[in-house]
Design a protein around this ligand. Structure first.
Ligand SMILES: [Fe+2]
Length: 185
């Protein structure tokens, strides 16, 4: 059975043993290999939101619920991450910096479609944007190798693809607006 306390303890032990993403990826992969158990433990997703499940200097664990068709602008993390999907889908676009471009502009470099049971590692310098491409809520466990809420990083304007400082409030507004849109339609 999946237990949240056990999962957090396993992630902490994994990072203590190996500060890279590798051991944590195995913990996340094991968890989402039984997605119904994760769903039961975390609760049926009700609305788009970011729930902080655990936070320390070296480790952050989030339960990220994506409302249908939510897209979050390109951003980096400056720490490794592991994304495990327990219900729904996440489409990731990966971006790279254009050499010598003004404003730190980026171009699309690749993509990865994540589905239930996938546990994908992201390197510390990855720039990605994320979309929930399906008409229902997606639930994902995101684990980061640092304090996700207290690390300076970048986001890119989704229209101009120009770099700016990461703005957590703006990200939270995207989640809130996606919920408002769902309620209206
Ligand atoms: Fe991200």
């Amino acid at each position: 059975m999946f237990s949240l306390d056990r999962f957090i303890a396993d992630c902490r032990a994994a990072v203590a043993e190996d500060p890279s993403h590798k051991a944590v990826r195995e913990v996340v992969a094991r968890a989402v290999s039984a997605p119904a158990q994760v769903l039961r433990a975390l609760g049926e997703p009700k609305r788009g939101e970011v729930q902080s499940l655990y936070r320390s200097n070296g480790l952050t664990i989030l339960n990220v619920i994506w409302a249908p068709w939510t897209t979050i602008m390109p951003h980096d993390h400056r720490m490794w991450a592991v994304i495990g999907i327990y219900t729904g889908r996440e489409d990731n676009i990966f971006w790279r910096r254009l050499p010598a471009a003004e404003g730190g502009r980026i171009e699309a470099a690749g993509a990865k479609a994540l589905s239930e049971r996938h546990a994908a590692p992201l390197g510390r310098d990855i720039i990605h944007s994320v979309t929930n491409p399906i008409p229902r809520l997606t639930g994902a466990i995101h684990v980061y190798g640092g304090d996700f809420f207290d690390t300076a990083r970048s986001q890119w304007d989704p229209e101009t693809l120009v770099e700016g400082p990461y703005d957590m409030a703006k990200t939270m507004r995207v989640f809130a607006e996606a919920n408002a849109f769902q309620t209206k339609s």
